[in-house]
Design a protein around this ligand. Structure first.
Ligand code: OAD
Length: 259
C-alpha cells in the first residue's frame, strides 16, 4: 500500500505552486489508473497480454479469421468492467474538472470509468468497450449486454459485430488524435497516469506537451521511459497519490476564492 510521506507532501506543495485557476490541464491515462478497480493492465505480471496473445485476440486479422476468439477476450473484459467501478483516482480527476475551466482527459482506456466517475471532457484514443460496430455497414452504437448469448454477436443485418475499439495495426480515429495532439500542444500542466508509455501514437501526447512548454507530472507505480523527462514523477498507487494532490489543489483554490 502506498504511504503518502512527508517528502511526497513537500513535492505536492511544490507542484501545487505551478497551478493557477486558468491553467490549461490535460491528463493522459492508461490501464494503470483502472487497476485499483480490478481491471487488469496489459503488460507486467497478471496483465491481459500474459493470458491472451494479442496476435490471436486483438488484431484486425484475428477479427476477420477468428471473430469468436477476439470476442471471447472482449466479452470477458466487458463483464469485468460491468462488475467493477471507478476508483479514487478517477473520482479525483473528475473533481479537478470542477475547479479548472481548461480541462481535458485523454485516455487509452476503453472502460468508460472516467465518464462514470463524472468527467465530461474525455477523449478516447482507443475506443470504448461498450460500443459495438457493424462489420458490414460500419455504424456503431452502445450495447451493454453482458455476456452476449452468441460470439460474435450479430447486427440486425446479419453481419458480425466488432468491438468499437482499436486493435493492433489499426489506425486511431484521426479526428480524435488531432484533437488530442492539439490539446497536448496547448497544455500547461500535463498529467500522465498509469501508462507504460510505450504505445504510440498515444505516447506522443506528453512529448508534444513537453515540447510546447508544459510541466509534465507522472503518476505510476514504477519508473517508465517518461520518468527521465517528466518534471515530477510520483511513484505509488494513483488511487492513493492523486487524491492527495487534488485535496491540496482544492484547498489552495478554495482559500483564493474566499479572499
Ligand atoms: P500497460 O499495461 O502497458 O501499463 C500500465 C502501467 O500502469 C504500468 O506502467 C504500471 O506500472 C502502471 N500501474 C499499474 N497499476 C497502477 C496504479 N495503481 N497506479 C499507478 N500506475 C499503475 O497499459 P497502457 O500503458 O495503458 O492498446 O497500455 C497502452 C495500450 O497498450 C493500451 O491502451 C492497449 C495496449 O495494447 C490497445 O488495446 C490499442
Amino acid at each position: 500500500m502506498t504511504k503518502v510521506t512527508d517528502d511526497l507532501q513537500k513535492q505536492f506543495d511544490a507542484i501545487a505552486e505551478q497551478f493557477t485557476l486558468e491553467s490549461s490541464i490535460v491528463f493522459l491515462t492508461g490501464a494503470g489508473i483502472s487497476s485499483e478497480s480490478g481491471i487488469p493492465t496489459f503488460r507486467g505480471k497478471g496483465g491481459l497480454w500474459e493470458k491472451y496473445d494479442p496476435a490471436e485476440y486483438a488484431t484486425a486479422e484475428a477479427l476477420r479469421l477468428r471473430p469468436e476468439k477476439v470476442w471471447e477476450m472482449h466479452d470477458e473484459l466487458r463483464q469485468t468492467i460491468a462488475n467493477q467501478k471507478p476508483n479514487q483516482a478517477h473520482l479525483a480527476i473528475a473533481e479537478l474538472e470542477n475547479i479548472f475551466k481548461n480541462f481535458t482527459v485523454i485516455t487509452q482506456n476503453v472502460d468508460n470509468y472516467h465518464q462514470d466517475a463524472g468527467s465530461s471532457n474525455v477523449l478516447e484514443l482507443h475506443g470504448n468497450a461498450w460500443r459495438v460496430k457493424c462489420t458490414a455497414e460500419g455504424h456503431s452504437w452502445v450495447d451493454k449486454t453482458v455476456p452476449f448469448n452468441e460470439l460474435p454477436p450479430k447486427c440486425s443485418c446479419g453481419a458480425p459485430l466488432r468491438p468499437d475499439v482499436v486493435f493492433f495495426n489499426e489506425p486511431l480515429d484521426p479526428e480524435v488524435l488531432d484533437l488530442a495532439f492539439s490539446m497536448a500542444s496547448n497544455a500547461e500542466i500535463m498529467f500522465v497516469v498509469g501508462t507504460s508509455f510505450i504505445v504510440y501514437p498515444a505516447a506522443y501526447v506528453p512529448v508534444i506537451a513537453k515540447q510546447n512548454g508544459a510541466i509534465v507530472l507522472e503518476f505510476n507505480l514504477e519508473p517508465t521511459a517518461l520518468s527521465s523527462f517528466a518534471d515530477y514523477s510520483i511513484f505509488g498507487a494513483a488511487g492513493k497519490t492523486l487524491p492527495k494532490l487534488v485535496e491540496k489543489l482544492k484547498a489552495k483554490f478554495k482559500s483564493k476564492k474566499n479572499k
